[in-house]
Design a protein around this ligand. Structure first.
Ligand code: ADE
Length: 246
């Protein structure tokens, strides 16, 4: 069982997706669990404020440390081993390889000092090199909003993850993408062959080849002859020749 606890101000943006299709099936089968923590519950003062203006001036508001630390610590109180993911455009670019590692590995938090800005990514590298553990991984995804976050928040983060070289308004979409790409790799979520796929390409990236279904011809576009031949050797060869990587 893999668990994701999502710390967000916008649960309603995430829930419909996680209650649909494969994500829902994964929870129904007991293979994944999604939990939400409302960051507002840990806000300060009568308005439950979670953000403030940046020191030194500048536009926008930043997530404050106090509510974020309190929210994360409330989750860690029940599971100290849970790892914290921060979606951020300046994080390590998310890949299929990382998704696969997140499914199977919940490594120990590496010992030693925890430098802020550089720390999270080097921790991610250390975790990737740690021996695989057969545990029930629990990931806390902190979804920042507004213009950013107080840099000291990085001291409590294990993985800084970027979904690409562009800037979104918040961490909710990245959270869904991370969750989807990890959960679909859990054996049993998509179907029997999925775990085999993980074994065969465990050193790197998935192979993706062009696929076709009925009809054999559509608007003059024909399915490649070899795929209709029934010759499994030739089909495998064709697929390999036409594979791309992700
Ligand atoms: N938050 C805002 N933009 C992001 C991105 N590209 N990746 C991850 N988190 C983000």
């Amino acid at each position: 069982m893999i668990k994701f606890t999502i710390i967000t101000l916008f649960r309603e943006a995430l829930e419909p997706y996680l209650k649909t299709s494969m994500m829902w099936k994964a929870t129904e089968k007991g293979l994944a669990e999604f939990d939400f923590v409302n960051l507002r519950d840990f806000g300060l003062g009568p308005h439950k404020s979670v953000d403030d203006a940046p020191y030194g001036g500048g536009d926008g508001m930043l997530l404050r440390c106090e509510p974020v630390f309190a929210a994360i610590e409330s989750v860690k109180a029940t599971d100290p081993e849970a790892k914290v993911i921060l979606p951020t455009p300046v994080g390590e670019i998310w890949t299929q390889k990382m998704a696969r590692e997140f499914v199977s590995c919940s490594g120990p938090r590496p010992a030693g000092p925890s430098p802020w800005a550089a720390g999270a990514n080097s921790r991610a590298a250390a975790l990737r090199n740690a021996p695989k553990q057969d545990t029930n991984p629990h990931y806390i995804i902190l979804c920042p909003h507004y213009e950013g976050y107080d840099e000291r928040i990085l001291s409590i983060v294990d993985y800084k993850i970027s979904l690409g070289k562009y800037v979104l308004t918040g961490g909710e979409l990245p959270a869904l993408i991370i969750i989807d790409s990890v959960v679909r790799l859990i054996p049993g979520v998509l179907g029997g062959e999925q775990s085999a796929e993980i074994e065969s390409f465990s050193d790197g990236d998935n192979l993706e080849y062009p696929q076709y279904t009925r009809p054999e011809e559509f608007r003059g576009m024909k399915v490649p002859e070899v795929l209709l031949s029934g010759n499994h050797g030739e089909i495998a060869k064709w697929r390999e020749e036409h594979s791309g990587t992700v």
